[in-house]
Design a protein around this ligand. Structure first.
Ligand SMILES: [Fe+2]
Length: 165
């Protein structure tokens, strides 16, 4: 996780965590629970961590989504999220691969950017003003977690849940 403010860049995960928690956001850093790389379904690879997160914040469901340069209408999808907006549910993302940028407008302080990278869990609480963009690779795969089934317009167009048979 990396934080970029107008005056500084924070690359240390724990420093980044304490910075964003001052603004009511939450971060954690997950390792896969099993070294068994044959488990390809992220919802199984991170099963216990997801379960603990659900218990901690009262979340109920989770899915896996991916955006990459082959995603149909990628620019159109991103266009919706690069403007400042908020949601009535928390926006919860655990990044599995790729990278994304969450911009945060705390209203009382200058805006800052959070670069989410593989292993980073980020919770942007309901009603937090924020935006989202991809970095140059235009690729992110992440687990989303919800209090209810997603009520807002889907952020990612194409769910890509892979269940190992
Ligand atoms: Fe959002």
């Amino acid at each position: 996780m990396k934080i970029v403010t107008k005056s500084k860049t924070i690359t240390d995960n724990l420093e980044a965590k304490s910075f964003i928690e001052k603004y009511g956001l939450y971060a954690d850093f997950w390792q896969p629970e099993s070294a068994d790389m044959s488990i390809t379904d992220p919802l199984i690879r991170y099963k216990n961590q997801i379960q603990k997160l659900k218990e901690k914040f009262g979340y109920k469901s989770a899915d896996v989504v991916e955006l990459n340069p082959n995603t149909p209408n990628l620019d159109g999808i991103l266009k919706k999220f690069v403007s400042v907006h908020h949601h009535t549910d928390d926006e919860v993302r655990f990044t599995i691969l790729g990278e994304g940028i969450f911009g945060i407008d705390p209203l009382t302080d200058p805006t800052f950017e959070i670069y989410v990278q593989p292993g980073d869990l980020l919770v942007v609480p309901a009603n937090t003003m924020h935006w989202f963009d991809l970095t140059e690779e235009k690729t992110i795969k992440c687990i989303r977690v919800f209090k209810d089934n997603p009520k807002w317009e889907a952020i990612y167009e194409r769910p890509s849940v892979t269940v190992k048979g």
